[in-house]
Ligand binder design. Structure first.
Ligand code: SAM
Length: 309
């Protein structure tokens, strides 16, 4: 079993996500490091290859052994690597220079580019490490999507446990440049994407209605009724609530609504106040079911889940 140490931006949100989605206790250490104890290597790999986590990671350490000192570590490693080249991955990075010098002084062959083994080291109250085949080197996944909004929708669907269906019609309000539609298009029948801006995603099942939602809403009756409405307008939540009221006649009963709420101040009292005002505007048509800070939300956003009454 392994302990994994992940250094990442947005570490507190990632720890919440791991606790919730992987049902594992992710502990937040200093310097944006998350640690998860006693997990199989396959689960370590699933976590670090999870696209919602991977894109925020700067360093990963996998460890299945521990020693008390660098001297002890050098002795163990020297015995195991023999003549092979090894790549060091160290957290915290301040510990790296001394480790490099001590290893090389003891004849351990190190190379960051041509190596057979990877030696992961986390220096805490003990020295946690693993010596693995080179295939276990941590890699960043290439990002091929239109915008980071793609991940926001991927995460909202996961976190709110939305079951998408190939029979679904979706209304995407504030759709440009198209990250949300890009994600949803593979899981639903059709998407009506409304935005005055240009869509950068093209698909047989996405219809772009160019204009502000309030100006084009009457022309949308022909697509009625939607199973899911997603709304991400860069306006305050009360404005978005008014758009939702206009959209309510287009939603099926019990349809789910996913919405980003942009909060222009960070304090909890401001957030509570805005959410209460939002709730009072939508209360006759929609139920506010849940709200979460997603890893993929920016600092001034939260994501809401509603359902049509
Ligand atoms: C943050 S972006 C949306 C990003 C989008 N969800 C994505 O996945 O790419 C906000 C968008 O809301 C649009 N918007 C603002 N007010 C709107 C309105 N009244 N009706 C429709 N779109 C609006 C803007 O044109 C802008 O493209």
């Amino acid at each position: 079993m392994f302990t994994i140490f992940i250094k990442a931006q947005r570490s507190a949100l990632i720890a919440d996500y791991i606790n919730e989605l992987y049902n594992k206790v992710a502990t937040l250490l200093d310097n944006d490091i998350i640690s998860i104890k006693d997990i199989p290597l396959t689960l370590c790999i699933s976590i670090i290859e999870d696209p919602l986590i991977n894109r925020h990671i700067s360093k990963v350490i996998l460890a299945n052994e521990a020693v008390d000192s660098i001297e002890e570590l050098v002795t163990v490693i020297k015995e195991r690597v023999k003549n092979e080249y090894t790549r060091l991955e160290v957290v915290p990075s301040e510990a790296e220079d001394k480790l490099l010098l001590d290893m090389e002084a003891n004849g351990i062959k190190l190379s960051p580019s041509r190596y057979d083994k990877v030696l992961y080291i986390f220096k805490g109250n003990k020295i946690y490490f693993s010596l693995l085949d080179k295939s276990y080197i941590f890699k960043k996944i290439q990002d091929r999507h239109i915008s980071r909004a793609y991940y926001k929708m991927m995460e909202a669907v996961k976190r709110f446990k939305i079951s998408l269906s190939k029979s679904y019609s979706v209304l995407d309000i504030g759709a440009a440049p198209g990250g949300w539609s890009e994600y949803l298009k593979d899981y639903v029948k059709e998407i009506v994407a409304v935005d005055p801006g240009d869509l950068l995603v093209n698909s047989y099942n996405i219809r772009h209605i160019k204009g502000r939602f309030e100006d084009v809403v009457d022309s949308l009756a022909e697509y009625c009724c939607f199973d899911l409405i997603v709304i991400d307008v860069n306006r305050d939540p009360i404005y978005a609530a008014e758009l939702l009221i206009k959209a309510s006649g287009l939603a099926k009963k019990d349809a789910k609504i996913i919405m980003t709420a942009k909060l222009f101040k960070r304090s909890k009292s401001y957030r509570d106040h805005i959410i209460e005002r939002f709730r009072s505007v939508i209360k006759d048509r929609f139920l506010l079911l849940d709200m979460k800070r997603l890893i993929s939300n920016s600092d001034n956003e939260i994501t809401l889940l509603l359902s049509k009454i």
